[in-house]
Design a protein around this ligand. Structure first.
Ligand code: CP
Ligand code: NVA
Length: 314
């Protein structure tokens, strides 16, 4: 039994219990079903406003949160970090206090994760992580929803394999979310690209007690054998342009190719949070091929975020 989530922040999946994550997922399922049966507007948040602060670019996160708010009867404001007084040195703490007087929720995409923590500490309204260098929880929860839609609700019996950068923000959130739900994530990444120790600590505390586990297999061909889900993300995340050449060199053996996908289980799916750097982490024949569910995956961002917004915003 889940008590109300109203007023809660959504900074990390590690802040949520297994039951709470399943409750959000079930709410998303109902909202998506109602959307497809013709209820384009479900006014659960009439007159509510979401401020959306972006320190980095975005296509999916911006548009899916904005349309989600409108379809819930509310509205959303796109705020570029540089155009706010934040860009001229107004503190995050002062900004948080002021925003809380105007809006009912704040979604922010930032570089350093700590900026979100400070925003949340000084906001009296819920703060939602729209991606930080460390985590991307709205993406990962939506991806888990997509996996359940395709492969059934018991993810503990699935072989879910992430190939690429083991310190990636999306990977970190998938690791936490899948683990809290009692599943296992296989990570195939080179030496020096293992998950951030802070995330591993959260995993040990929140996921391991639920039966969650992970395994690092350096050889991508070994890792992908019998996979139900093969997931990858870009090798060079936003803000990492300075180490682009090194990362591309290191991650070169971890490209998702047709040869690799053929080792997965028949019926396996390919996932990518997008945007994709075609030809780098994945080839066209995979992302455009029979395995790919990336467009449905992108769509589900809106349905799952609707559930997050409807449940958290007072
Ligand atoms: N997947 C994702 O968050 O995409 P955007 O960067 O376009 O928001
Ligand atoms: N890891 C990528 C995810 C983009 C949605 C990045 O941070 O750029």
């Amino acid at each position: 039994m889940v008590s109300s989530l109203k007023g809660r922040d959504f900074l990390s999946l590690a802040d949520y219990s297994r039951e709470e994550l399943l409750f959000i997922i079930e709410t998303a399922r109902v909202l998506k079903e109602r959307f497809y049966s013709g209820e384009r507007i479900i006014p659960l948040l009439p007159g509510r406003h979401l401020a959306m602060i972006f320190e980095k670019p975005s296509t999916r996160t911006r548009i899916s949160f904005e349309t989600a708010m409108r379809e819930l009867g509310g509205d959303a404001l796109y705020l570029n970090w540089r155009d706010l007084q934040l860009g001229r040195g107004e503190t995050i703490e002062d900004t948080a206090r002021v925003l809380s007087r105007y809006v009912d929720g704040v979604m922010a995409r930032v570089y350093e994760h700590d900026k979100l923590v400070r925003l949340a500490e000084y906001s009296s309204v819920p703060v939602i992580n729209g991606l930080s260098d460390l985590l991307h929880p709205a993406q990962a929860l939506s991806d888990i929803y997509t996996i359940m839609e395709k492969k059934g609700r018991d993810i503990s019996r699935l072989r879910i394999v992430f190939i690429g950068d083991g310190r990636d923000n999306v990977l970190h959130s998938l690791l936490l979310g899948i683990g809290i739900l009692g599943g296992k994530l296989v990570i195939s990444s080179p030496k020096g690209y293992d998950p951030d120790p802070m995330v591993v600590e959260w995993f040990e505390e929140k996921a391991a007690p639920n039966g969650g586990s992970y395994e690092i297999i350096r050889d991508p061909y070994e890792a992908v054998k019998g996979a139900d889900v093969v997931y990858t993300d870009v090798w060079v995340s936003m803000g990492q342009e300075g180490v682009r050449e090194k990362k591309i060199r290191d991650l070169e053996p971890y490209r998702v190719t047709v040869e690799l996908m053929k080792l997965a289980k028949p019926g396996a799916v390919f996932m990518h949070c997008l945007p994709a750097h075609r030809g780098e982490e994945v080839v066209d024949e995979v992302i455009d091929g029979p395995w790919s569910i990336v467009w449905e995956q992108a769509e589900n961002r809106k349905h799952v975020q609707k559930a997050i917004l409807a449940l958290l915003i007072p």
